[in-house]
Write a protein that binds this ligand. Structure first.
Ligand code: ADP
Ligand code: BMX
Ligand code: ZN
Length: 304
């Protein structure tokens, strides 16, 4: 479940998708209506089969024990929604609810680029920054299941205002949205290919366009991505010093920039970590791509 779309899939016991569907979240609907639509969607993809369980991945803070989404999507009414209770009543099967990036981390660990790691941190650089932490084979949830909100770790108290109300959260420096905003700021005073690549519309500029401009040696893109990589690496260094992972899996739309991003990010992170941590970790692209939310949600029923 996301701010813009909801996807559902039926998995067989071997973990393969056998049926799927997606729909828009439709920003004006109440939580009850969205839940009703999700229940219908799940019944359609199930095609009359007995469902063992429903895994649900939601952005924002999730109380996984009680299955309550505290403040999940762009829906203003989406506060303290008892998703688990509502859906178990309607569907007659067990429902597990976790944060989207935590689910993605678990999915990558069970069947993606995290397979075989001892301690793994998953980071998604997307509209925001989300994360999930797997330590000794277990997804770290924390006392209230809010663990892993690395996007809101503060790296500069004098930094830009974040949607969460704090200043200088990691995602205000290193997310796709941050890349777009830094580019737009520089484009005000300097010529750049970015505008042309975005179809001559500054409104349409996104991180993807900035990376395209970088491939054409655009000076604004070089500066923006250079600074972004510095901030991405800073955040990863904090993660490495905290968890000592052997693998860091990077997903989200921005990771689609590929080697242009990964080569620079690996080099900068290696430079910034303390000596004993050098060459102790790999930074690898996610393996599950656009299905990561679905696979991660289903993997909540897997023991790895
Ligand atoms: P969401 O946050 O809704 O899950 P995504 O994971 O697709 O969405 O992330 C969206 C971000 O990824 C946007 O900032 C977008 O510009 C960026 N993005 C998408 N494709 C690429 C690409 N090929 N290279 C770099 N950035 C990309
Ligand atoms: C935000 C936060 C995280 C989420 C992350 C990535 C909300 C609504 N979301 O930091 O829970 O995992 O964004 O989300 O508080 P994405 O949609 O950018 O991938
Ligand atoms: Zn924040």
């Amino acid at each position: 479940m996301g701010g813009t779309k909801i996807a559902a899939a039926l998995f067989d016991a071997g973990g393969s998708i056998i049926n799927r569907e997606r729909m828009d979240t439709a920003g004006t609907k109440t939580a009850e209506e969205v839940v009703q639509r999700m229940v219908s969607m799940i019944n359609r993809v199930a095609q009359g089969r007995q469902i063992y369980g429903v895994g649900l991945a939601s952005p924002g803070a999730v109380n996984s024990r009680e299955g309550i989404v505290l403040n999940g999507t762009n829906l203003p009414e989406w506060v303290d929604v008892p998703l688990k209770r509502w859906m178990e009543t309607s569907l007659g099967t067990q429902v597990k609810v976790v944060n989207d990036a935590n689910a993605a981390a678990w999915g990558e660990y069970v069947s993606g680029a995290g397979k075989g790691a001892e301690n793994m941190v998953y980071v998604t650089f997307s509209t925001g920054i989300g994360a999930g932490i797997v330590l000794d084979g277990n997804l770290l949830l924390g006392t209230h299941s809010f663990a892993g909100e690395l996007g809101h770790t503060i790296i500069d108290p004098a930094g830009p205002l974040c949607s969460c109300g704090s200043r200088g959260c990691w995602e205000t420096f290193a997310s796709g949205t941050a890349i777009r905003e830094s580019a737009l700021r520089l484009m005000d005073s300097r010529p750049s290919l970015i505008s042309e690549i975005a179809g001559a519309s500054n409104e349409a500029v996104s991180a993807k366009h900035v990376f395209e401009a970088l491939r054409r040696d655009d000076p604004v893109a070089i500066e923006v991505i250079g600074r972004t990589i510095q901030y991405m690496a800073l955040g990863l260094v904090n993660v490495i010093h905290t968890f000592n992972p052997d693998r860091i899996v990077i997903g989200g739309g921005v990771s689609k920039a590929g080697d242009l991003l990964f080569a620079a990010l690996r080099a900068r992170t290696e430079e910034l970590v303390m000596e004993p941590y050098r060459r102790t970790f790999d930074i690898v692209p996610a393996g599950l791509n656009d299905d990561v939310g679905l696979v991660g949600a289903a993997a909540l029923f897997s023991r790895n």
